[in-house]
Design a protein around this ligand. Structure first.
Ligand SMILES: [Zn+2]
Ligand SMILES: [Zn+2]
Length: 340
């Protein structure tokens, strides 16, 4: 178990994520007049829980002392242990309304409904039958996200959160999830680094990874959202805050947020341009995903990761259509897209 002191009453614990190349979640503990408030909690696994508990002790406090939990987004490596922390401490849990809705849905949706929704969506995206068939027979397996904890409070973007003696303001940064928030600690940087305070960036802004941007999964959703457009807008918003230091949920802290934002904007612009070249002939989202550049050849990408890749291809197509740079081919079934 590893802990860090970031100065100015902010410390962190590395909470391991089992069997995941990311390795760990950085759980931040912000001291307040009423006890520490955690930013994220980590994956719900016995070893992760032990690391969090031991880490808080090493920081001179304990899980029982926790006053509140602010969750950047609903993903299980961030929100997984929130319920256990609340049980041990009586703390509140705060999450943005859009992610709270996903949590509620995950708790209410039967696994069969989830898998049939996934199967229908993949078929509509042009996935071949041999890819979709296993989802139809996946009944009984737990739905993704299992049973995440319901929050007690909704995070209102722009408002100061309930951290007595501190100034922590939520900045809504949809894209990676619809309710992702970054948390801006507005106090001066403890080492007086130039810039506006410190930013807990969750998965929105990471030093060495471009976060996954896919369609927002919603079995009941009917509106055509544009997660990549949301993400690019959110990047812009965070770049303009120009925090002195960024404290992300994975990897390591870093400075010069605006240049990281520029890198990510350029990366996405390049990727969209590359996709337009592929779309010189009609492609379904599945066919586009097969031709996109991933961290390994398509043939080596396992089933679950292919679903994520297709969702990412769909998010990019959604953006290109919104920009008027691509359009669906009339009468195609499943729908194919072509550059305009
Ligand atoms: Zn995430
Ligand atoms: Zn994460």
């Amino acid at each position: 178990m590893t802990t860090f002191d970031h100065g100015g009453g902010v410390r962190s614990v590395q909470v391991p994520i089992p069997d995941n190349p990311l390795g760990h979640t950085l759980v931040y503990a912000v001291d307040t007049d009423r006890g520490p408030v955690l930013v994220d909690t980590g994956w719900d696994d016995p070893a992760s829980w032990d690391a969090l508990v031991a880490g808080l002790v090493a920081l001179g406090t304990s899980v029982r002392e926790v006053y509140g939990v602010v969750v950047t987004h609903y993903h299980p490596d961030h929100h997984g242990l929130s319920g256990r922390v609340r049980e041990a401490s009586g703390s509140w849990i705060a999450l943005h309304a859009a992610d709270a809705a996903i949590v509620r849905r995950a708790r209410e949706t039967r696994p069969e409904r989830w898998f049939s929704y996934m199967a229908a969506r993949l078929t509509a995206a042009g996935a071949p039958e041999e890819h979709v068939a296993p989802l139809r027979s996946a009944r009984g397996r737990g739905a993704p996200g299992l049973s995440p904890a319901l929050p007690d409070r909704e995070i209102d973007p722009g408002e100061l959160l309930d951290l007595p003696g501190r100034r922590l303001r939520a900045v809504w940064t949809p894209g990676h999830t619809p309710g992702h928030v970054c948390l801006h600690l507005e106090e001066e940087h403890p080492a007086r680094l130039p810039g506006g305070g410190r930013l807990f960036s969750g998965d929105h802004l990471l030093p060495g990874i471009s976060p996954h941007i896919g369609l927002y999964g919603d079995p009941d959703g009917t509106t055509a959202t544009d997660p990549l457009g949301d993400y690019l807008d959110s990047l812009d918003r965070v770049g303009r805050l120009a925090p002195a230091e960024v404290l992300p949920a994975h990897q390591n802290t870093f400075t010069d947020a605006p240049s990281r934002v520029r890198q990510l904007l350029a990366h996405h612009e390049e990727r969209l341009t590359g996709l337009l070249a592929l779309l010189s002939r009609p492609l379904t989202p599945w066919q586009l995903a097969e031709r996109m550049t991933w961290n390994r050849p398509w043939a080596d990408i396992p089933h679950g990761s292919r679903n994520i890749a297709v969702s990412e291809a769909e998010a990019h197509l959604r953006r290109l259509v919104k920009l008027g740079r691509a359009e669906p081919v009339a009468g195609s079934e499943p729908v194919a897209y072509i550059a305009t």
